[in-house]
Ligand binder design. Structure first.
Ligand code: ZN
Length: 280
């Protein structure tokens, strides 16, 4: 029955858990550990689906009548194969598209914007700040944001964008986009993807607070609230009202991180334990 349990666990982690987790808004105060929990659930779901086939194999090799178990083995192999194919296709599609959009935008910015080392200044009055991640990353600021923000708030904005680039938050978001696309459409959870994006922003805000303080970060966020970033870039102004509230709430209770890390450890380990039991 273990292959069946693994397939059920995969559905639980891919379909049920993200919807429930997206409702646990308290974990936004501990974005780093919450993101670990989100990654663990996605990895756990994939591992459970991939382990279904190998977990079914002992039924064929260790039994006098292996054909009697085909009803369990065939679906398990199909589940694992389907997951591999969908992940590869989604990874190729999402990755290719993101890199093309970013390269096009970076080339455009390099042509039209003023250069200031890794920063690019767009001559536009609307206050906007975002980063274009990748190997040739850029922090892009509009003239409007330079005019609107005093130096300490501007430093907070740059610290926020550099935290995205340093932490390679783009790869994290790409991973979730791939998993999201690989899941069959009826099982997808759009609120889950939105929650992960918000956690990434909250994590970069923490870096800005460490660099420039809470007040400067909050004021910069208020100025940039509602500012738009191009597709495939990471903008500072999105989801600003929720993040302002998170800044006001202050540091999380330590128990939140302990719960999130424990949950992450269990969700990744469980499929491997079940696979081990199948071969025991
Ligand atoms: Zn951001």
């Amino acid at each position: 029955m273990i292959p069946f349990v693994l397939a059920a666990l995969a559905v639980l982690l891919v379909w049920v858990a993200p919807g429930l987790m997206a409702r646990q808004k308290g974990f936004r105060r501990a974005p780093r550990s919450a993101l670990w929990a989100w990654q663990a659930v996605a990895v756990g779901g994939i591992l459970a689906a991939l382990a279904a086939a190998p977990a079914a194999l002992p039924l064929l090799v260790g039994d006098d009548d292996p054909m009697a178990h085909l009803w369990l083995v065939v679906p398990a192999v199909l589940v694992s194969a389907l997951v591999v194919v969908r992940l590869l296709v989604a990874g190729h599609r999402v990755g290719t598209r993101l890199r093309r959009v970013r390269t096009d935008h970076r080339e455009l910015v390099d042509i039209v914007a003023q250069h200031d080392q890794r920063m690019r200044i767009l001559q536009h009055p609307t206050p906007t700040a975002y980063c274009i991640p990748g190997r040739q990353s850029r922090v892009v600021l509009s003239q409007g944001v330079l005019d609107a923000l005093p130096p300490d708030q501007l430093e907070a904005v740059v610290a926020h964008e550099e935290a995205h680039l340093r932490g390679r938050h783009d790869l994290l978001l790409e991973f979730f986009s791939v998993v999201h696309s690989a899941v069959p459409e009826p099982l997808r959870s759009p609120p889950a993807l939105g929650e992960v994006r918000l956690l990434v922003e909250a994590l970069a805000d923490r870096a800005a607070v460490r660099h420039s303080g809470e007040l400067a970060t909050a004021r910069a966020l208020m100025t940039l609230a509602g500012s738009q970033a191009p597709e495939a870039a990471l903008g500072v102004g999105t989801t600003a009202p929720v993040r302002l509230r998170l800044l006001a709430d202050g540091p999380p209770h330590p128990a939140l991180s302990v719960i999130a890390y424990s949950y992450a450890a269990v969700t990744v380990t469980l499929p491997l334990v079940l696979l081990g039991l199948a071969w025991a």
